[in-house]
Design a binder for this molecule. Structure first.
Ligand SMILES: [Ca+2]
Ligand SMILES: [Ca+2]
Ligand SMILES: [Ca+2]
Length: 246
């Protein structure tokens, strides 16, 4: 099982959802009973962990030793939920994993009563603080937030519609205000607005440069819009969108 755990972690860095398939089927069958349990379960550590509150009535906590080291490296919270058909069923509503086996849980997943993935949260640098948060709507990715500098707060936000990336917002100077807006069409960066002096207004829109860069990329050359390139006519800065970000 150690390989699976490792795979999970690697995937957690880049694209948490992909790893889910292997877990959704449940590692429970293959796990051994751990001799020791991790010191904390996440309710206190992860913001989105109310689903993990095993003290609620009808909830049940179980510990698993995926790596076979004798220590628990995974916790699951089961709850009795009502299915669409009206019958009661026991399902996993929360799972937490210690991906690097340092005794601390660093990956959290919560599931809706329907069984759909609801949220993911992870501590990628194992400093005890979450630095990536993902939310899902009916099991489909809706938003990803990153603390890209491990500074204690999210500074990069990816928004999705119907599971497809639509917009990325970045806060480059860590003042809590978005200063780069990137818009994606069919998975490709179409235009980008940059607030260069951090006054919350876009100073430069890149459009033609991006199109040219895409062309170059296709012909094998490296590509990003050059800062010196002339900017396309500017539209009003998307202020509302900046506020959307937490
Ligand atoms: Ca860990
Ligand atoms: Ca962290
Ligand atoms: Ca900023």
């Amino acid at each position: 099982m150690s390989r699976e755990t490792r795979t999970l972690f690697v995937t957690a860095l880049a694209a948490l959802p992909i790893a889910l398939a292997s877990y959704a089927c449940g590692p429970r069958g293959g796990t051994t009973e751990p001799k020791t349990k991790p010191p904390v379960i996440s309710s206190e550590k992860f913001a989105g962990a109310t689903r993990c509150d095993a003290t609620k009535p009808g909830r049940e906590l179980s510990y698993h030793d995926l790596a076979g080291t004798g220590k628990a490296d995974m916790v699951e919270v089961m709850a009795t939920v009502k299915t669409a058909g009206g019958s009661a069923e026991t399902r996993v509503v929360c799972m937490e994993v210690d991906t690097n086996r340092d005794g601390k849980l660093d990956l959290l997943r919560t599931f809706a009563d329907t069984g759909d993935l609801e949220s993911e949260e992870a501590d990628r640098n194992f400093d005890g603080k979450s630095d990536i948060w993902i939310t899902y709507e009916k099991g489909v990715i809706a938003k990803q937030s990153f603390d890209s500098k491990f500074a204690g707060k999210a500074d990069e936000f990816h928004y999705y519609k119907d599971g497809k990336l639509k917009r990325i917002e970045r806060d480059r100077n860590a003042d809590g205000e978005i200063d780069v807006w990137e818009y994606y069409v069919a998975g490709r960066l179409e235009r980008m607005g940059v607030d260069e002096d951090f006054d919350k207004r876009v100073d430069k829109w890149y459009r033609d440069e991006i199109a040219r860069a895409e062309q170059k990329k296709l012909s094998g050359a490296s590509a990003m819009p050059a800062a010196s390139a002339s900017a396309a006519p500017s539209a009003a800065p998307p202020k509302k969108k900046a506020k959307e970000a937490q």
